[in-house]
Design a protein around this ligand. Structure first.
Ligand SMILES: [Zn+2]
Length: 182
């Protein structure tokens, strides 16, 4: 690529922010992180993601991070030079989702037993709110149906933190540890 076009690309990246396409370098890491049969349904840059943990000390706020919806979880990842996962929210653990998505604000509040995640999106991303709400509702419904029909999902315990996790997971959703056999 000629230097001129390299500079033009850099300038374009700075001026027009892309809110829905994860940068390639993050995408590559995210794809490796996914389980077999897991696919990304939607990605949207969030303004702020707040994790309210059962113990306040574990709570955290992540600015300018990627919200990635897959067919079985929500992954909050850093918007940076490489993939770094902040949060995993398994869809089948979600008890309630509260949507406040319109042209004035973009906010979804997600409740799991003992935990809450609040994800806020900037006004600039409002054209994607309809699709976000529709896809998240649909994925959540499907995950709940699967949970009802498949009650004997094999569980294992994470060797690092001891959390009960799906035996097909490649990584522990709680502590991020890579699990054996891969
Ligand atoms: Zn773990």
């Amino acid at each position: 690529m000629a230097l001129g076009s390299v500079i033009k690309t850099l300038v374009n990246n700075l001026v027009t922010r892309n809110y829905t396409e994860i940068p390639e370098r993050v995408q590559a890491g995210l794809e490796k992180y996914l389980n077999d049969n897991e696919e990304i349904l939607l990605t949207l840059l969030s303004y702020r993601a707040i994790y309210k943990a059962p113990k306040w000390v574990d709570s955290n706020t992540f600015f300018n991070s990627w919200f990635a919806l897959t067919n079985n979880r929500i992954i909050i990842a850093r918007n940076s030079s490489h993939f770094k996962r902040f949060r995993d929210i398994p869809l089948n653990e979600i008890t309630q989702i509260f949507y406040e998505l319109d042209e004035h604000e973009g906010k979804i509040s997600i409740t799991c037993p003992g935990k809450e995640d609040v994800i806020e999106f900037s006004k600039a991303t409002s054209p994607y709110f309809n699709s976000l709400e529709k896809q998240l509702k649909h994925a959540h419904e499907k995950a709940k149906e699967l949970k009802r029909s498949d009650t004997d999902v094999q569980s294992i315990l994470c060797t690092k933190c001891g959390s009960k996790i799906d035996s097909e997971s490649k990584f522990c959703p709680e502590c991020g540890a890579r699990l054996g056999g891969f």
